[in-house]
Design a protein around this ligand. Structure first.
Ligand code: NAP
Length: 431
């Protein structure tokens, strides 16, 4: 029988893009939330840096600059939406010590030090929910943690960063260069003034670590993720991909291999027929392959105040229901404890764009460089002649290590003037 209790109290740390939307939804939808939870909810405070700033829909008397006091006030649920590692981590730990359950969207903290948070949640017997940390509004982590908990997940391929997907979509559709499209994305508010975390793949790597941990029941941190950004993707890479029926996406790839897991983030050529190729602009999508379930894709808005707040509110309701029923959500599951292997062990395919000398024997010397590393060629396309002679090669599957050694060999050949582009290819049917 569920315990009879008063209102569920909620303390909010952060009243910015996401936090202010969460506060407005909590205050505006209170009666529906009460009906869904079975108890009323009460927002006890919102911690911000600047209490003088007007935040529409949030009564000024709820604002406080004393985040530490609010965090440890013993609210039933503390929602952390400040971001960053500190003081967010210390505040979450002090909230847990005061027996508050936690809802957070803080991917950076979870990917850097999720283990500490999980341990404190278990020690204090409180919940830790973080659906909004990956792919914003898209219900994704709960399906991985709960709906797929009886299956074996093999692979997760994700477009988990809206900024870079917006830039790559515009480069593809307009044939424009990275710098021009980045400026447009910044003007439209899709990219930060300092875009490094997005375009160099740090944001996607944090999300990839969280996805891999849940998918493979193995602890994975952002430092375990092989990361290559997309700022070096050129209009000619995009054009070459298009000519071959591919589109370039910044993919997070987490895969289970025979003896471990490999997690990587890099620009990737994806066939235009693959479901991920249709994910345009700032949308996110995650494509999962599991033994019994087969292939499935989760698609939607990966960021923004209201979409992210939707996922936060979903967690809030789940935790509140646990509180009213006396239950707890899933604990950390890292029992499989698989080793995280280097990217060189990943089986993948490459596309390589070469500027070559226009003379007899060129193809033979290039084919030999591939053969020396045991890499077999799938397709060769020759472009132009004379000073413009170009060769585009796509390979069959080989280890990433063998493929990158092949590229090194190509760079030393006197028949190769320059290696113009190298990119991994994912999402093709495996022959
Ligand atoms: P934001 O707009 O920068 O808001 C941060 C809030 O925290 C602000 O209200 C800020 O106060 C407050 N704050 C920061 N440091 C503080 C401190 N030391 N003491 C008290 N208050 C402090 O950030 P956001 O975009 O809402 O993101 C919040 C979290 O959600 C992050 O973990 C982010 O990664 C995650 N997330 C965001 C999105 C998105 O689309 N924005 C999507 C998914 C996940 P002031 O308002 O006074 O500056």
């Amino acid at each position: 029988m569920s315990a009879v209790r008063g209102p569920i109290t909620i303390a909010l740390l952060g009243g910015g893009t996401v936090g202010s939307e969460v506060a407005r939804m909590l205050l505006g939808n209170a009666s529906d939330l009460e009906a869904r939870i079975g108890a009323p909810v009460r927002l006890t405070g919102v911690a911000v840096r600047d209490v003088a700033k007007v935040r529409p829909g949030i009564p000024a008397d709820l604002l406080t600059a004393d985040a530490a006091a609010l965090a440890s006030s013993g609210a039933d649920i503390v929602v952390e939406l400040m971001g960053g590692i500190e003081p967010a981590r210390s505040l979450i730990l002090s909230a847990m010590a005061a027996k508050s359950s936690i809802v957070t969207a803080n991917k950076a903290l979870l990917a850097a030090d999720g283990a500490t948070l999980y341990a404190a949640a278990a020690k204090n017997d409180v919940d830790l929910y973080f659906e909004a940390a990956v792919a914003g509004a898209i219900p994704l982590l709960r399906p991985l943690r709960e709906s797929l908990a009886g299956d074996t997940v093999r692979r997760v391929l994700g477009i988990v960063n809206g900024t870079t997907n917006f830039i790559l979509t515009k480069m593809d559709e307009q044939g424009a260069d990275y710098a021009k499209v980045l400026a447009e994305a910044q003007a439209l508010g899709y990219a930060e003034a300092d875009p490094t975390a997005d375009v160099e793949g740090f944001d996607a790597a944090a999300k990839a670590a969280i996805l891999a941990e849940l998918a493979f029941h193995t602890r994975v941190t952002a430092d375990d993720v092989h990361r290559e950004g997309m700022s070096s993707v050129t209009a000619s890479d995009i054009e070459a991909a298009r000519a071959m029926g591919f589109v370039i996406k910044l993919l997070a790839v987490a895969e289970r291999v025979d003896d471990g897991v490999i997690v990587r983030v890099h620009p990737t050529m994806v066939p235009r027929t693959h479901p991920l190729a249709s994910v345009r602009e700032a949308f996110n999508a995650v494509f999962i392959e599991a033994d019994a379930a087969g292939q499935m894709m989760f698609y939607g808005r990966g960021a923004g105040g209201a979409p992210t707040a939707s996922a936060v509110l979903g967690d809030l309701v789940a935790v509140a229901r646990n509180l009213t029923s006396g239950g707890r959500g899933p604990r950390e599951s890292v029992y499989a404890d698989l080793p995280v292997l280097p990217v060189g062990d990943a089986m993948t395919r490459y596309y390589i764009n070469l500027e070559v000398a226009d003379r007899p024997g060129v193809l033979a010397s290039i084919a030999q460089a591939f053969a020396a590393e045991g890499v077999s060629i799938q397709v060769v396309r020759q472009d132009g002649h004379g000073d413009d002679a170009g060769l585009v090669v796509r390979t069959h599957r080989a280890t990433d290590g063998a493929l990158s050694r092949t590229v090194e060999r190509l760079r030393t050949l006197d028949t190769v003037k320059s290696v113009l582009g190298v990119m991994r290819v994912e999402g093709e049917a495996t022959p």
